[in-house]
Design a protein around this ligand. Structure first.
Ligand code: ADP
Ligand code: MG
Length: 332
């Protein structure tokens, strides 16, 4: 059978099923942003790995080496943030083709290091090999959190509100700018920067994990149209999401207008925003949002509500009006 038929998530389900019986009860394996492994009496380790392949995840001549290094660690740290955990260290495996200059590798290392320093994530090891054509970068990150306090995708409860930590769609618009060779100005440069140099929400994740009433959390890598489904499936729930409440930056709004792009679609289906998507008990949501603003100087956006399970996982609305479905990013 062709991979297209089972899809990325079908393949993951197949391997998860096959290995299930080998995973000890104390370990949480495939299925969340990180695996969870007991560290000691009071703490758990969380571990995640992400692969970036030239031509699939980045174009070598459309991203600075510094930003490529930064992004390689950022997309991994984002999964640590998604658990509400604190980074411990990182491993870097890299396949380098012959035509990679030492300047590129230098810049890459600088960018990787800049984010390592920002979040105290030392590089602890890795592997280096030749690649025949494409530059390939695999990063593994380890984090830690208080025992059994990692925020899972499976903890959403009916009547929770659904929240996101920042604007969505800038990154996807940045990719559009790159692929369409759109004219460079301060707006389009900002969008490209959002795509090429995402910020993992480590401090926000740590803070949110400490608040009573925060239930489920994950990071937004494929767009909420896909990612929210993971929370709903794992928690056996459905949801209503109001497009009018999905936060979109001024810059995205005016750039989308200029090029006739659908800003709402980029926001929910685009992906690679690396903001956090979470559910919060309705009673605590207003307080938590206020405290979040006081702590981080930016709003926590409430975009919808978790419901009891029904056939349609997500009902998209715009105010009172029901909307058709959106699809998130899928590799196949
Ligand atoms: P994320 O976007 O948060 O990195 P993914 O959607 O890539 O998560 O993966 C979902 C889950 O499937 C994760 O728990 C991840 O570790 C697991 N997974 C993905 N690919 C593989 C694989 N090839 N082998 C084992 N587990 C995998
Ligand atoms: Mg993730």
């Amino acid at each position: 059978m062709d991979i297209k038929e089972i899809g990325e998530f079908g393949f993951i389900e197949q391997i998860a099923d096959r290995f299930k019986s080998l995973v000890p009860k104390s370990i949480y394996g495939i299925g969340d942003d990180c695996a969870i492994i007991p560290a000691n009496e009071t703490e758990d380790f969380v571990v995640s790995t992400d692969l970036l392949i030239e031509g699939v995840h980045f174009l070598r001549d459309k991203i600075t080496p510094f930003n490529l290094g930064y992004k390689s660690l950022a997309v991994n740290l984002s999964d640590i943030a998604a658990m509400g955990a604190e980074p411990v260290g990182a491993f870097l495996s890299i396949g380098i083709p012959k035509d990679c200059s030492s300047e590129l590798l230098d810049g890459f290392t600088e960018g990787f290091m800049a984010l390592s320093q920002k979040h105290d994530t030392p590089l602890l090891g890795g592997d280096t090999t030749k690649s025949l054509r494409d530059l390939m970068i695999n990063v593994t990150v380890i984090g830690k959190c208080p025992k059994e306090k990692a925020l899972l995708r499976s903890s959403a409860k009916a009547r929770d509100v659904i929240a996101v930590t920042g604007n969505l769609g800038d990154s996807a618009a940045g990719l559009n700018v790159i692929l369409n060779n759109a004219e460079l100005n301060s707006d389009t440069k900002h969008l490209i920067e959002k795509h090429n140099k995402p910020e993992p929400q480590i401090n926000e994740g740590l803070w949110l994990a400490k608040q009573n009433g925060v239930h489920a959390m994950m990071d937004i890598s494929d767009g909420i149209a896909s990612d929210l489904n993971h929370i709903l499936k794992a928690s056996e729930k459905s949801a209503v999401v109001d497009l009018q409440k999905v936060p979109v930056s001024e810059i995205l709004s005016r750039t989308a207008k200029k090029y006739d792009w659908n800003a709402a679609e980029l926001a929910v289906s685009g992906g690679e925003d690396y903001e956090l998507l979470l559910t919060i008990s309705a009673e605590c949501a207003t307080d938590i949002a206020q405290q979040f603003y006081a702590e981080f100087g930016k709003p926590l956006h409430i975009i919808g509500e978790v419901k009891a399970p029904v056939e349609k996982a997500i009902q998209w609305v715009s105010g009172e009006e029901k909307l058709p479905d959106f699809k998130g990013f899928n590799h196949y």
